[in-house]
Design a protein around this ligand. Structure first.
Ligand SMILES: Nc1ncnc2c1ncn2[C@@H]1O[C@H](COP(=O)(O)OP(=O)(O)OP(=O)(O)O)[C@@H](O)[C@H]1O
Length: 310
């Protein structure tokens, strides 16, 4: 229903988005994951017709939205990263203002404001000034504003960054209900892998402006089916041992963690033996050894070489 075709954006020499093809089918909930600077916000700005692509297209039901964005604006609700509210107005007054901007018909607006306030759990706080709200409550008002015109597609750009756990849970629950109960199509950008795992049917992983992987959770996990993640605790840390492990043939990555090291290695039955020998050679004991079931976080690390919250 909504798709990007070879979508690209270059700022001076910087390719922020590089020929990406993503699609959203009706009623799907799709995650867009990527480290800082991967190009997620730029992609969202182009999909929502706020930013003109350098090349490529954004199509809604097969029709380009670049020349005529009027249709996409009708069906799309966008919750940007920055909170855009009038601090001196109440939540209700802000929504009234945005309702007029979105041209919600007068007769429907009152009712709709109460509905969206209910969805984000702020009905009983609607007459309080936004400046007295926590960051999480402000973001919930922002989400409510994006919902006023009954969008078929809702795009959320990292809606839970830096907010209190109560608001975070409210937001996740609101997004889940919108998708499951109201059939709203969702594009959800986040740094929190567990949110995307919880909410999304499919995931796109972006890095350096490109889509480096996409698919359902199971499809992405199968990327790592030929690899093991091994967590090791040592009696003491040693640079020599770290180097020796890195030099082992099946080993792809070694990272120091808070309580030891994490090794990503091709599946290899000799790895444990080799680790024990290498540790013995350095006079170090392996105090704990655990083979981990790979998570989406591991897939992300494998593809981008970065942790999501670097
Ligand atoms: N207006 C702009 N002018 C110049 N460079 C820009 C502009 N907007 C974005 N960029 C650059 O494009 C790249 C992609 O940025 P973008 O904000 O889309 O990434 P992101 O994945 O959303 O990151 P974050 O998670 O930090 O928001 C970055 O290198 C950024 O510095």
């Amino acid at each position: 229903m909504l798709e990007t075709i070879n979508l690209s954006k270059t700022f001076k020499e910087k390719k922020a988005v590089d020929e990406i093809d993503i699609y959203l089918d009706d009623g799907e909930s799709v995650g867009l994951l990527g480290p800082n600077g991967a190009g997620k916000s730029t992609t969202i700005s182009m999909i929502s017709s706020l930013l003109k692509p350098t090349s490529g297209d954004v199509k809604l039901n097969g029709k380009s939205t670049i020349k005529d964005p009027s249709e996409i604006r009708k069906v799309l609700g966008v919750v940007p990263q920055e909170i855009a509210l009038y601090e001196e107005l109440s939540a209700y007054e802000n929504l009234h203002f945005f309702g007029k901007i979105y041209k919600v018909k007068k007769g429907f607006l009152e009712n709709r404001i109460q509905e969206v306030l209910d969805m984000v759990g702020l009905k009983d706080r609607q007459n309080e000034l936004v400046k007295t709200f926590s960051g999480g409550m402000k973001r919930r008002v922002n989400i409510a504003a994006a919902l006023l015109h009954h969008p078929k597609v809702l795009i959320l750009d990292e809606p839970t960054v830096g907010i209190d756990p109560q608001s975070r849970n409210h937001i996740l629950e609101t997004v889940r209900k919108l998708n499951e109960d109201h059939g709203t199509t969702i594009l959800y950008t986040s740094h929190y892998m567990e949110e995307v795992e919880q909410l999304c049917d499919r995931v796109y992983i972006m890095d350096h402006g490109k889509v480096v992987a996409s698919g359902s959770k199971d499809e992405l996990l199968s990327i790592l089916s030929s690899e093991d993640t091994i967590q090791v605790q040592l009696s003491k840390s040693s640079d020599n041992l770290l180097e020796a492990i890195k030099a082992m043939k099946p080993v792809r990555r070694v990272d120091e963690t808070s309580d030891g090291i994490r090794i990503i290695s091709k599946k290899d039955s000799s790895i444990l033996n080799n680790l024990v020998h290498a540790a013995e050679k350095e006079g170090i004991q392996i105090t704990h050894f655990q083979l981990e079931v790979p998570s989406l976080e591991d897939v992300f690390l494998h593809l981008t070489g970065k942790s999501l919250r670097d």
